[in-house]
Write a protein that binds this ligand. Structure first.
Ligand code: DX5
Ligand code: ZN
Length: 217
């Protein structure tokens, strides 16, 4: 395990995705935000783009599905080349079945929570997951301000994971920067998505290294 930094290509230039993936070669994973204009008020990309990206880069693709009906679509993203697939529990009718299907196809299964969604109702299904994504902004757009109100949930999730003796990543997404990452790491997060902080930096790889150092110390 260990700290993972996952730049979000939502803040990249979509006309040059392969180059933009190469520009973050120090990253551990590449975070791919899939939005359908229904679950969130924004539209990005889908399976064909993930499939092309998987061919264009060696980096593991961490697909974050901000879509309705992830039960239907999530397994297809594994086939498209994702290493991990995250579904939003607010949109998912059968999270256990969906997680099992993702895992059966060979990817990590991950469940995302919007800022106001509590972790406690899902305690018993943590064992079905490889990762929990705790959103620290309302999903939909890059460049939003980090919500400190989500920090206690990171801590509670880490406690529940420890209580059940599980080995699960806790991923944070939204407003992660050199100013906010230490708070998240202290609370128990170990996978950090950063879009604007990385792609707007003078040197994205220097920023990735800096974020990793801050989260490690
Ligand atoms: C937002 C996306 C994030 C986004 C984060 O809904 O899920 O992955 O790219 O962008 P920053 O890091 O700029 O908040
Ligand atoms: Zn995301």
């Amino acid at each position: 395990m260990g700290i993972q930094i996952a730049p979000s290509i939502l803040s990249a230039d979509f006309a040059r995705l392969a180059d933009e993936a190469r520009a973050v070669s120090h990253a551990d994973w590449l975070h791919v935000d899939v939005m359908d204009n229904h679950f969130v008020p924004n539209l990005t990309l889908g399976m064909p783009v993930v499939e092309s990206l998987a061919k264009a880069t060696d980096q593991p693709l961490d697909c974050h599905l901000m879509i309705e009906d992830p039960d239907r679509w999530a397994p297809g993203y594994v086939e498209a080349g994702a290493s991990s697939v995250t579904f939003h529990v607010e949109a998912c009718r059968a999270p256990i079945r969906t997680a099992r299907e993702i895992r059966a196809k060979g990817a990590r299964a991950s469940m995302a929570l919007r800022p106001a969604t509590p972790i406690e109702p899902y305690e018993d299904i943590l064992a079905e997951l490889d990762m929990v994504l705790i959103m620290t902004v309302e999903p939909g757009f890059g460049g939003q301000k980090f919500l400190d109100v989500c920090l206690p949930k990171i801590r509670r999730t880490r406690e529940l994971v420890a209580k059940h003796g599980l080995d699960i990543w806790i991923q944070i997404d939204g407003g992660v920067s050199a100013e906010t990452i230490e708070r998240c790491a202290d609370a128990g997060a170990d996978v950090f998505v950063a879009g604007s902080a990385v792609y707007q930096a003078d040197d994205p790889n220097v920023m990735i290294d800096k974020l990793r150092d801050l989260a490690t110390n």
